[in-house]
Design a protein around this ligand. Sequence first.
Ligand code: PLP
Length: 383
Amino acid sequence: MFSRKGASEEEVLAELEEKTAEDLTFGSGRILGSMCTYPHPFAQKIVMKYIDRNLGDPGLHVGSQKIEEEAVEMLSSLLGLEKGYGNIVSGGTEANILAVRAFRNLADVEKPELILPKSAHFSFLKASEMLGVKLVWAELKDDYSVDVKDVEAKITEGTIGIVGIAGTTGLGVVDDIPALSDLALDYGIPLHVDAAFGGFVIPFAKALGYDLPDFDFRLKGVQSITIDPHKMGMAPIPAGGIIFRKKKFLEAISVPAPYLAGGKVWQATITGTRPGANALAVWALIKHLGFEGYKEVVKRAMELSRWFAKQIKKIPGVYLIREPMLNIVSFGTKNLEDVEKELKRRGWGISAHRGYIRIVMMPHVKREHLEKFLGDLREVTVH
Ligand code: PLP
């Protein structure tokens, strides 16, 4: 109800405390199945300080717009591209929609089709519905990466693009992006890489010596990449990233926004008014942590996931779906639904889908939390 008379701040805060008491918090170490984390304290300060900045009207906030451009440049360089074009957006969903939109707008076909792995995130379902693009699902191989031969077999006159995933939502699998890139070049079709999760993991894991496929703009067939700072980048929600190799992709999705207080601009994002503070926080975090800082975060997460995978294998009746590639470990059990229900009842923030439970070693997840979780899992799976 929209109350007639206002309440005091204390009263409102007390009610909020009571109502959010049901929420799980990242600090509790109970959230094991999320790709988000507690935002870095420095980023929180930035958001508080610049909370009023609106990138939807960049003529007013010229400095913030330049910082967004610099943040895009920083992400581009992490992804092997000197100059990229894109935006800090609301998340991986918006970034993926923008990529599909750019591919569709540039392709001159009547019935556009997009080929994507069966492991792709559901954001592509939204893109498909909104943009009138048919999704053509490619099969997965036994290792859960996309079957590149099947992708090739599904290319038609109407194919506007191919999607590869660098860090699948369920298993953290990195597709054979080099092979997809070759295919894209052979057929003259753009390749979009959904690295919403893996973008802030793979470059650092590779530097640490983990053997992972190349996935970024160093591969010439890759025309766009989704990379989300609000996942392993530790930026406050919302902060996604879409980077295009060439300006033409951004131009193909830009519309004139004539009435803004700061003057006419071109806008490519789905959202109009959008938070400048979050883009500034992305910029500030990258400056503050640098490559070495993120590498440390990823080192911990990768080591923890290898340790956790080993422990999972020791529990009778519990099995790994596959060896982890990134910092995601997924396992199955008998009576998975009952196990899920009981773990949730015990206060764990996990969920089962596609026949397994996924644990994401985000920065807030510590070994002691996982030890407690393993204890519960052992109890729950004893028959
Ligand atoms: N792409 C991948 C691979 C994801 O795992 C996710 C989210 O989990 C998304 C896209 C969507 O990101 P968001 O929830 O930020 O919109």
